[in-house]
Design a protein around this ligand. Structure first.
Ligand code: ATP
Ligand code: MG
Length: 389
């Protein structure tokens, strides 16, 4: 069977082959191509050792050379080329203590998590599918390579990967794999919060964010955090048409918890501050009724960035009247933020106001006024009203 691989990947494989090494596209890119999905990146697996790979290509980056990975740069695109390896014994349910290189492709495929992720491809050989990944792709099944209990014991992150892939691909987790997840769930406590967060975020921005329920149904959630476990997930629906943006999906998921609680959950998961701030705003505004009046809409819009407002309109399902007002307010260029006010701090200083708190308060009052009377956002009008000139 032939599949389409990018020219540059073909060339990298060819060059390795010409120098006597085996090389294949492997993992997610093979899976996604067979599913007709656009792969995020192309990984290559090879019998060549890292230094042998480096010797063949002009521009390389030592991404994880001790684990066998060298990135080959072609223009601005990087291709990760990793030496066939066997992962050593795992100490903490997460990090392999050592990795050993091997010259056997099958050993490299055996260490991979799921059958659908354990296929390799080259034009010369076609698809190498030692664990029936093709069949599982057809049956839309997530199944561990080998013994599920052992594989999750080696690395508990795989539990969340299984659930995340099932959400991204709309696949079902096979029975034995499913049972092992429930048993090994407590080991999630040993996985780093960042890794947990990355999987949960990918799950939430996927086509099936509602599959986050699996994290609860399988009993994993208490091992993520107490706050996370307390989210009323049964009552939370994540509208399918919400934009696939991390902060929007997290806000939808957390909208029934108090904003401070949402912040705690996300801080604990080491989300970035920008995302946390936006989620806090959205969760705080979630479920609020809003009158379809220009002033009310302006006041709400003035509390957040424009894209956060757009997300709130979707999240709260605001009606056509509020959407129309949003468009009008934007078209008119109404002042919504201090930075859009016709009066700046220096204008007030020139008008004799002393720099300091009082100055800031005047600006705030001016903003409050123009949110009701947008036509008054003119320097002379505001100075006269608020500074008596
Ligand atoms: P995506 O990039 O879309 O998230 P992917 O399958 O490419 O999916 P990566 O995390 O990029 O996932 O990993 C590449 C490949 O490495 C996987 O397809 C899998 O074969 C292997 N792999 C990744 N993480 C693990 C793991 N924790 N345990 C075993 N194998 C893994
Ligand atoms: Mg990948």
């Amino acid at each position: 069977m032939q599949i389409q691989i990018p020219e540059q990947v073909r060339e990298i494989i060819q060059k390795l082959n010409q120098n006597g090494y085996e090389a294949y596209a492997v993992g997610g890119c093979v899976r996604d191509t067979l599913l007709g999905r656009e792969p995020e990146d192309w990984d290559i697996t090879t019998s060549a050792l890292p230094l042998q790979v480096k010797a063949l290509f002009r521009r390389t980056v030592d991404t994880g050379i001790q684990h066998g990975t060298v990135t080959i740069m072609v223009g601005r695109t990087g291709y990760e080329v990793t030496t066939y390896r066997i992962d050593g014994t795992y100490e903490d349910g997460r990090h392999p203590k050592e990795v050993a290189f091997t010259s056997d492709l099958l050993e490299d495929l055996r260490r991979r998590d799921f059958t659908i992720n354990a296929m390799a491809y080259s034009e010369e050989t076609g698809i190498v599918d030692a664990f029936d990944g093709m069949q599982d792709l057809k049956r839309r099944t997530i199944r561990c390579v080998g013994n599920a209990m052992e594989r999750f014991t080696e690395d508990a992150l795989r539990i969340l990967r299984a659930i995340r892939f099932s959400a991204q691909l709309d696949f079902t987790i096979e029975q034995e794999t499913q049972e092992a997840i429930a048993v090994i769930a407590p080991n999630i406590a040993r996985v780093s919060k960042e890794r947990i967060q990355m999987e949960l975020s990918k799950l939430l921005v996927s086509a099936h964010p509602e599959q986050i329920r699996q994290v609860y149904e399988t009993g994993i959630s208490p091992f993520i955090s107490e706050g996370f476990a307390a989210v009323p997930w049964r009552k939370t629906d994540i509208p399918a048409d919400l934009p696939a943006v991390k902060y929007v999906r997290w806000a939808a998921f957390l909208r029934l918890v108090r904003p401070e609680q949402a912040v705690r959950i996300l801080k604990d998961l080491k989300l970035d501050n920008d995302t946390i701030a936006r989620v806090r705003t959205l969760v705080g505004w979630s479920g609020r009724e809003l009158a379809a009046e220009a002033e009310a809409v302006r006041r709400a819009m003035s509390q957040m960035e424009p894209e956060v407002w757009d997300a709130l309109v979707e999240l709260n399902g605001y009606d056509a009247a509020i959407r129309a007002l949003t468009a009008q307010i934007r078209a008119a260029g109404d002042c919504l933020l201090l930075k859009d006010l016709a009066v700046k701090g220096k204008d007030l200083i020139e008008a004799g106001v002393k720099p300091g708190r009082a100055l800031g308060e005047i600006l705030e009052r001016m903003l409050d006024h123009v949110l009701a009377y947008p036509g008054d956002n003119q320097k002379e009008v505001l100075l006269e009203k608020f500074c008596g000139q």
